[in-house]
Design a protein around this ligand. Sequence first.
Ligand SMILES: [Mn+2]
Length: 340
Amino acid sequence: MVVTMRRSAQADDVARVVSTIEVSGGTARLSRTGSAAVIGVLGEGVGITPEALVSLPGVERVTAVDKSYRLAHRLFRPEGSVVAIGDVPVGGNGLVLMAGPCAVESEAQLLAAAQGVREGGAHILRGGAFKPRTSPYSFQGLGREGLRLLAAARAATGMPVVTEVMEPSEVEAVAEAADCLQVGARNMQNTPLLRAVGQSDRPVLLKRGLAATVDEWLQAAEYILAQGNERVILCERGLRGFDGHTRFLLDVSAVPVARRLTHLPIIVDPSHAAGDRELVPALARAAIAAGADGLIVEVHPTPDTALSDGPQALTPTAFAHLVEEVSAVGAALGRPLHQA
Ligand SMILES: [Mn+2]
């Protein structure tokens, strides 16, 4: 259930609703953005009925929402959420660009990538220290040393950093080095990891699983939100398709579908969907046209020597060109690139 208060409701009206929920054994989560308070009811049990809540002073309406997610539900924050990564707001009107190498390989490679994407117009640096590779014989990332290099790149460029965390036991170390924790597609339904990042104070970039429905994706987000971390950004990155010309099938329709269902910001990863650098700009333009709040793009100073995902990596020059194109698409829709 989601309880929407009247705009005229007083603080003690809200407190009465919260205590009614809690006395009945439920948990109340308050959302206070916009003109009216909204209260999400978690773990509603035998004692709480919509009738008991709707008759309380100040209550405008009580809406039954899909039981599987409610803090992620658009009703909980109808005007949409803005989630800051460092000082960069994701969501809202401006478009945000995250870019950098698939994997952190060395100090020189990361710094060249970071400076290249910053000059090209990126707001946030991406780079993997812990890499979930399909084959155990592929490069697995530099691990803790990669985190150290990311923190150094952040200090050198001033760009906030997003990087993947794969294990609950690593959340603290990754949160220290990075401004945003990425949960990768292969871990979207790793519930211990979702709970662990839900207890972190860092924002979380939640990639959609490569065979996950939109509802499963939103339920994964709900795991994080239910732990108390309200800062979740969704990322569409392509589904398993049947045509080998692209690595995955970018689900552009997931952007407006998720937009209708949730208040969480939504970005798109055109790189892993395409798997081919020549296709990345078209998918990036399509994502912005479909209403995405931003992009996460793989860029490498020398893609041909990349230790992972080289075929889909753009050069910094190609990235700068992509930024010009998506900026034009965004401008046509009244959504300029975020200005620092
Ligand atoms: Mn990659």
